[in-house]
Write a protein that binds this ligand. Structure first.
Ligand code: DSN
Length: 419
C-alpha cells in the first residue's frame, strides 16, 4: 500500500482509472445533455481546493466555528459578485444544489399542506416544482399547470384560472425541458393578482440570463433559485437570489433550517464563475449557445424530426419521435453508441411512460464550450437523423462514432485532460 498521502493514481488506481475513462468519454463524445457543461478550469481548481477541509456553519461574521478569516472572504465575494451580476438585492450561495435551493424556498414561506404551484414534469417542469413523487408534492398541496395542446407553450390562461381558484402561497416559474423564453412578466402579473410569491427557477438558463440572451426574472420574481453548473459553468452547487425583504427568511431556511455547513470549495467556484460571467467572452459564449441551438434545431427539422414547439429560443431542444416509431430510450441508446450523448425525455401529453418516453432532450452548452459552431451543428443534425432513422444499423453507427471522435479531436474540451 503506498503512503496515504500519495497521489490518487497510487492510492486508488481503480478510481483513478474510472476518472481517466470519464475524461476520455467527455473528450471523445458530443455531450448534448442540456443540464451538463464543462466547468471552467479555474472553477474546478477553486472547488477542489483546501476549502473542502473547513466547516463554516452560519454566515460570514456569524459562524459557529473559529478559523473563518478566509472562508468569510470567499463567501462575501461570491454573494457580492452574484448580486452585481444579476442585479439582485440579496444572494445566498449555500444551497448544495438546485433541489435543496427549492426546498429552502418552500421552508421559508410555506407550512405543511399549503398550496403551491408549478409546471408539471411532463410539460417541462421539475420534480421539485410540486410533482407528486417529490417532497414538494407530498408535503404541500400541489397544483400543477401545463402547456397548451396546440403549440406546447405555457398555458397562461389555465395558469391564471388555477391560481385564482387555488390561491397558492408560492408559484414556481421554472423549467427543465422547455425550449422557449420563460415570460417572467406574465407570471408576475398572475402571482400579484393572487398574492403568491413568485419563484423563478432559472437552473437551466442562469448562464443565458447572466450573458444577456434570456430575459431576467429579477424585478419580476421576489425569489430566484438556480443551480450553478449548467449554462452558468460553475461548480455543482446552488444559489438563491431574493428581494431584501426575504433575506432573513431565506437565510434561516437554508441554515439552520435545511443544511449544515456550506461546501466552501463550491462557494469559491461560484465566486469564480460569477467573475467569469461578467466578461465579453462569456456574453459571446451565451449568444453562441443559443445560435447553435437554433442551427441544430433547423437541421433536425429539415431532416424530418419533429420538435416540441417547432424550435427553440434557448439552449435546449426537445425532439418528439412519436412519428418516427422509435421510442426515445432506443434512440438515445443508439445515439450514445454513435458518440452523441443525450437523454430520453417525456414530451407534452406523452402517451408513453416517463422511463420509456417518446422524446429525447438535447442542448448546446457543452459543445459550444468547446468552440463548436454552425458547421458542427449541421453535421450533428445529419448524423442524428441517420441514427434515429436506422437505430439498428450498427455498421453505420460505428462509422458515425469515428466521425464524431474526429470532430471532437479538433475542439479540446475545457479542463479535460486527454490520454
Ligand atoms: N437533472 C437536471 C436536468 O437534467 O435538467 C434537473 O434537475
Amino acid at each position: 500500500m503506498p503512503s496515504s498521502e500519495a497521489p490518487l493514481r497510487e492510492v486508488d488506481p481503480e478510481i483513478a482509472d474510472l476518472i481517466a475513462h470519464e475524461e476520455t468519454r467527455q473528450h471523445d463524445k458530443l455531450r448534448l445533455i442540456p443540464s451538463e457543461n464543462y466547468a471552467y478550469p479555474a472553477v474546478m481548481e477553486a472547488a477542489g481546493s483546501v476549502l473542502n477541509n473547513k466547516y463554516s456553519e452560519g454566515y460570514a461574521g456569524r459562524r459557529y466555528y473559529e478559523g473563518q478569516e478566509y472562508v468569510d472572504g470567499v463567501e462575501k465575494l461570491a454573494i457580492e459578485r452574484l448580486k452585481t451580476l444579476f442585479g439582485a438585492e440579496h444572494a445566498n450561495v449555500q444551497p448544495y444544489s438546485g433541489s435543496p435551493a427549492n426546498l429552502a424556498v418552500y421552508f421559508a414561506f410555506c407550512q405543511p399542506h399549503d398550496t403551491v404551484m408549478g409546471l408539471s414534469l411532463d410539460a417541462g417542469g421539475h420534480l421539485t416544482h410540486g410533482h407528486k413523487v417529490s417532497i414538494s408534492g407530498k408535503y404541500f398541496d400541489s397544483v400543477q399547470y401545463g402547456v397548451r395542446e396546440d403549440d406546447h407553450r405555457i398555458d397562461f390562461d389555465q395558469l391564471a384560472k388555477l391560481a385564482k381558484e387555488h390561491r397558492p402561497k408560492v408559484l414556481f416559474a421554472g423549467t427543465t425541458a422547455y425550449p422557449r423564453v420563460v415570460e417572467f412578466a406574465k407570471f408576475a402579473e398572475i402571482a400579484r393578482d393572487v398574492g403568491a410569491i413568485l419563484v423563478a427557477d432559472i437552473s437551466h438558463i442562469s448562464g443565458l440570463v447572466a450573458g444577456g440572451v434570456h430575459p431576467t426574472p429579477i424585478g419580476h420574481a421576489e425569489v430566484t433559485t438556480s443551480t450553478t453548473h449548467k449554462t452558468f459553468r460553475g461548480p455543482r452547487g446552488g444559489m438563491i437570489l431574493c428581494d431584501k425583504k426575504h433575506k432573513k427568511a431565506i437565510d434561516r431556511a437554508v441554515f439552520p433550517g435545511l443544511q449544515g455547513g456550506p461546501h466552501n470549495g463550491t462557494t469559491a467556484g461560484i465566486a469564480t464563475a460569477a467573475k467569469l460571467a461578467t466578461t465579453d467572452d462569456f456574453k459571446a459564449y451565451a449568444k453562441a449557445v443559443v445560435d447553435n441551438a437554433k442551427v441544430l434545431a433547423e437541421g433536425l427539422l429539415s431532416a424530418g424530426i419533429d420538435l416540441v414547439t417547432g424550435g427553440t429560443d434557448n439552449h435546449l431542444i426537445l425532439c418528439d419521435l412519436s412519428s418516427k416509431d422509435v421510442p426515445g430510450k432506443v434512440a438515445a441508446q443508439a445515439l450514445d453508441r454513435a458518440g452523441i450523448v443525450c437523454n430520453y425525455n417525456s414530451v407534452p401529453f406523452d402517451t408513453r411512460k416517463p422511463f420509456d418516453p417518446s422524446g429525447i432532450r438535447l442542448g448546446t452548452p457543452a459543445m459550444t464550450a468547446r468552440g463548436m459552431g454552425a458547421g458542427e451543428m449541421k453535421k450533428l443534425a445529419a448524423w442524428m437523423a441517420e441514427v434515429i432513422g436506422d437505430v439498428e444499423n450498427e455498421k453505420r453507427i460505428a462509422t458515425i462514432a469515428q466521425d464524431v471522435k474526429a470532430m471532437c479531436d479538433g475542439f479540446p474540451a475545457p479542463g479535460v485532460p486527454t490520454h
